[in-house]
Design a protein around this ligand. Structure first.
Ligand SMILES: CC(C)(COP(=O)(O)OP(=O)(O)OC[C@H]1O[C@@H](n2cnc3c(N)ncnc32)[C@H](O)[C@@H]1OP(=O)(O)O)[C@@H](O)C(=O)NCCC(=O)NCCS
Length: 266
């Protein structure tokens, strides 16, 4: 029989932080030893999965975090944050508004993309030939999710999203130095070639960062979570810029443009 004291302590049991008056320790590391000694990307890594990355792993991880910070007010998450900032809410509410726009089609596609990469990877581990694993993995994905492959395609960047080749270059360099395997870069590029048979479809930022998160062995849902963390930087910047610009109650278009009214009778 569990006594009350244990039941209360177990309610939010955690292996992330050991906190008591005068003590703050993250995954066994006292905060005073972390401050000034670990970088912010290393701290993120330690918090979400435990352990500290090597400097080389942290550097690749950081590259993914840098790449996704912003895509300007045409990105729904950024536009939403800016609109919210003109509505009299606090900066945290403006940020939450932007972050809440990140989903399967915008900013959150890395999760499904990682699932696909991991699925194809396990086919290869189970003995399938590389090309067969790509074809069968994609066929199964499409039968469940439809023809659109998460992590590929972009509204503006056609045929190339400039962030992807640079990130892939860094993955290849890391693979050359045995920091990562390079396996997910191979899978991602093979998928891109497969998709581009009829028409160029770029690997996008969600896809390229998913490659890095898979190479660094983050579980698929964290591809989305980490991308949201990265994009929060842009969301914060735009919310703050909008607050400083001082617009009030700004809608999605200049006021002289109005949505077309469609009469039900016409
Ligand atoms: C981002 C996205 C909405 C852009 O869509 P879009 O602007 O309509 O793309 P395009 O106009 O270039 O599409 C051209 C063709 O390629 C197809 N296509 C686009 N992205 C595709 C993808 N990821 N997988 C397969 N086919 C795709 C379209 O269906 C279209 O085919 P069609 O001409 O037969 O209708 C779309 O690519 C997508 O949903 N991608 C997956 C989600 C994702 O990764 N989001 C993150 C974006 S940074």
């Amino acid at each position: 029989m569990v006594n009350d004291a244990d039941e209360i302590r177990n309610w939010w049991s955690t292996s992330i932080i050991d906190m008591s008056p005068g003590k703050i320790s993250f995954r066994g590391n006292e905060i005073e030893n972390l401050i000034g000694n670990v970088s912010f990307p290393q701290m993120i890594w330690m918090m979400v999965r435990g352990g500290l990355p090597t400097n080389e792993e942290a550097s690749l991880f950081e590259a993914a975090l840098v790449a996704g910070v912003d895509h300007g007010p045409q990105a729904p998450s950024i536009a939403a944050a800016r609109m919210a900032a003109t509505c009299g809410v606090g900066i945290n509410n403006a940020m939450a508004t932007g972050i809440n726009m990140l989903g399967d089609i915008h900013g959150g596609a890395g999760e499904q993309c990682s699932e696909l990469f991991y699925e194809i990877s396990s086919r290869i581990d189970n003995g399938a030939k590389f090309d067969t694993a790509i074809e069968d993995g994609l066929r199964e994905w499409k039968s469940v999710n439809g023809k659109i492959i998460s992590g590929y395609g972009h509204r503006f960047h056609k045929p190339i999203d400039p962030r992807a080749p640079r990130l892939m270059e860094l993955v290849r360099l890391a693979a050359k130095d045995n920091i990562v395997s390079g396996k997910y870069a191979d899978i991602a590029e093979a998928i891109q070639s497969h998709l581009s048979i009829k028409k160029d479809i770029a690997m996008n930022i969600d896809g390229a960062t998913a490659v890095i998160f898979c190479e660094l062995e983050f579980p698929a849902p964290l591809s989305r979570g980490l991308f949201c963390l990265s994009r929060s930087v842009g969301i914060l910047s735009h919310a703050w810029e909008q607050i400083e610009q001082g617009g009030r109650n700004k809608g999605p278009m200049p006021t002289r443009f109005l949505p077309k009214y469609i009469s039900k009778n016409s």
